[in-house]
Design a protein around this ligand. Structure first.
Ligand SMILES: *[C@@H]1O[C@H](CO)[C@@H](O)[C@H](O)[C@H]1NC(C)=O
Ligand SMILES: *[C@@H]1O[C@H](CO)[C@@H](O)[C@H](O)[C@H]1NC(C)=O
Ligand SMILES: *[C@@H]1O[C@H](CO)[C@@H](O)[C@H](O)[C@H]1NC(C)=O
Ligand SMILES: *[C@@H]1O[C@H](CO)[C@@H](O)[C@H](O)[C@H]1NC(C)=O
Ligand SMILES: *[C@@H]1O[C@H](CO)[C@@H](O)[C@H](O)[C@H]1NC(C)=O
Length: 552
């Protein structure tokens, strides 16, 4: 074998191999990465995420409550005076979540469970104590008055009488009573006694979180996709209390859809995301806002906006999705029904529905309010962003003391786009009660109509430092694979490029040697010159590879 020719061939083969290997790796690494990632993400009793999902103790979740202290309740009926509200708080709690009665259903790739939430007061991070007195709108009275409108004459007169006896529109209660321990009110017992409606709340006291601590009754029986069949379904709510529709809204607003909020499919786009909220009994849409960085990780920030808060959001509901509609309505019935008819005429696409309308559930409210009356036993509850952020300004004008600030009052979720892992979540909602005049109850004859802010909460969670570290490493793994393949390709190309260079170098040397020899020969007056090629081998290469021999 002649080394002089085999060297470029070897280099060429090696170079080609490297280029091929690099291309192969560059092409298959993302696919391989996807496959590994997908397997890691799917929820199963043995998956990495299972324990953290089952018991959230390792991930800090904080719940901060801010109350609006109503400082001038006596001026409510004075024309030109607005309620003055002073925000107090935060009253901070650590939230722990536990899933119980977990059943995996491999046959349809779902898991069914109940959720239990615990709250522990965190005095250190609070401003104030649970014993603080706060003046608020009397929610029990206002709710009763609201209900009286729709009850029978006898009911109405007896309630009117009772309400005229205890005419307070405001109450003074401690934070603890307002939230967890609740307080007694004669109207609660009365309402129970009278069996006012079938919607009477099953409680003997009133408190926003009364009986909720440690209870499994509030979030409902949930059936969620594990992503085993298709990772694009991971985390999706399938059934809520054994149904894929709710009884609170007309279709298609009654659909149980969206994510349970804890798992998201990987490889995010800037498309809207949807969470089903058991507290609101409806899905909530988050719109992509921008790309942000959290703990050195890139994330897509999605916020609650117009699509959820406005009263005329249009949405496309393909006819095939008819399964979401009430069993009594056919698809065609639905699309020709009165509540969507107007939209059908104005929009070319017959599948487009004004879902703002079906969420109004009757009378619409200004932009920024979500009517949860139906979902809260008929109490006139309205949810908004804190301080009426992103809401119709007329709502802010009704009271003194609300100042929206996107930094503090936005409701957002940040997902790491490759893995779909939530890295920063701030769920913030304000609870408002609609106060309005009533002819039936004298105390309420001349009150103004106000969506009255009561309190707001900020539920915060995100990645711990440990989790952020492993997430960064995992994301780096993807890039490292690509860098390596690029490096291999470059190496291969360099090897291939070196072949012509080698030839050129060799040729140059030969030429210069020939020239050199000619010069030498003429110097020494030699007649013939030849290059002894056979002499060039491993043993001899230390010597000059071209020797000049005078012709003997
Ligand atoms: C709420 O306002 C009342 C006076 O209107 C005051 O006495 C009370 O201390 C306030 N509560 C808090 C927690 O600041
Ligand atoms: C999956 O199967 C379980 C058990 O049979 C059932 O309870 C659940 O509703 C099913 N979920 C879906 C989405 O079909
Ligand atoms: C909630 O329940 C837990 C455990 O029973 C208890 O330790 C905690 O103090 C309760 N939280 C509140 C706010 O009552
Ligand atoms: C809110 O919902 C209730 C019942 O679902 C409905 O009666 C009412 O008209 C709606 N709107 C307002 C502004 O109260
Ligand atoms: C819907 O919201 C807009 C903006 O807040 C408001 O002007 C309008 O009156 C609302 N529609 C109804 C029917 O209340």
């Amino acid at each position: 074998m002649r080394p002089r020719t085999s060297k470029p061939v070897t280099l060429g083969i090696l170079g080609l191999l490297f280029v091929l290997l690099g291309t192969f790796l560059g092409y298959y690494w993302p696919i391989l990465f996807r496959r590994i990632l997908t397997q890691e993400l799917v929820l199963s009793p043995t998956s990495k995420s299972y324990n953290a999902w089952k018991n959230s103790s390792a991930i800090p979740i904080t719940m901060e409550f801010y109350f609006f202290n109503w400082t001038n309740p006596n001026e409510l009926k004075i024309p030109g005076k607005k309620p003055i509200l002073v925000e107090v708080g935060p009253y901070s709690f650590v939230e722990k979540r536990e899933k119980v009665n977990i059943t995996f259903n491999p046959e349809n790739s779902t898991v069914s469970y109940l959720q239990r939430r615990f709250w522990y007061f965190d005095e250190k991070n609070s401003k104030g104590s649970l014993k603080d007195n706060i003046t608020q709108l009397n929610v029990v009275t206002v709710s009763a008055v609201h209900k009286v409108r729709y009850s029978s004459y006898i009911m109405r007169s007896s309630l009117s009488y009772l309400l005229s006896q205890s005419p307070e529109i405001h109450v003074v209660r401690t934070v603890d009573e307002l939230l967890f321990t609740g307080y007694k009110d004669v109207l609660i017992d009365l309402g129970k006694l009278a069996g006012m409606t079938d919607e009477t709340p099953p409680f003997d006291r009133f408190g926003w979180f009364y009986t909720r601590n440690g209870s499994t009754d509030f979030d409902g029986y949930q059936n969620m996709a594990t992503g085993e069949d298709d990772v694009r379904n991971i985390g999706l709510f399938k059934f809520w209390n054994h149904k894929d529709t709710t009884k609170y809204y007309k279709s298609p607003c009654n659909a149980v859809e969206g994510s349970a909020g804890e798992f998201w499919p990987p490889f995010r786009t800037e498309e809207d995301i949807t969470i089903f909220s058991a507290d609101l009994c409806r899905p909530v849409t988050y719109e992509y806002e921008r790309t942000v960085y959290h703990q050195g990780i890139e994330g897509y920030k999605y916020s609650v906006g117009k699509k959820t808060l406005s009263n005329d959001t249009k949405r496309r509901y393909p006819h095939e999705q008819a399964k979401y509609f009430e069993p009594t309505t056919t698809t065609e019935d639905f699309f020709t029904a009165e509540h969507s008819g107007e939209v059908i005429e104005s929009v070319e696409d017959p599948d487009v529905v004004n879902i703002g309308q079906c969420y109004c559930n009757g009378e619409c409210s200004p932009m920024g309010l979500i009517n949860i009356t139906a979902c809260r036993y008929g109490a006139p509850g309205f949810v908004s962003l804190p301080h009426f952020h992103k809401a119709d300004p007329i709502l802010r004008d009704q009271v003194v003391g609300v100042n929206p600030d996107d930094e503090k009052h936005n409701f957002y979720i940040v997902l790491e786009p490759t893995t779909g892992i939530p890295i920063d979540v701030a769920a913030r909602f304000q609870i408002n009660i609609l106060l309005q005049p009533s002819n039936f109850v004298s105390t309420f004859n001349d009150v103004p109509k106000i969506y009255f802010p009561i309190f707001w909460f900020n539920l915060k969670s995100g990645t711990t430092d440990d989790l952020a570290y492993s997430l960064r490493q995992m994301l780096m793994l993807r890039s490292i694979g690509l860098y390596i393949s690029v490096a291999i390709i470059i190496l291969g190309l360099l090897l291939l490029l070196s072949i012509p260079t080698l030839y050129m170098v060799k040729r140059k040397r030969e030429i210069s040697r020939i020239k050199g020899k000619r010069a030498l020969a003429s110097d020494k007056k030699m007649e013939n010159i030849y290059l002894d090629k056979s002499n060039v081998n491993d043993d001899a290469h230390t010597r000059a590879d071209c020797q000049l021999y005078p012709k003997l």
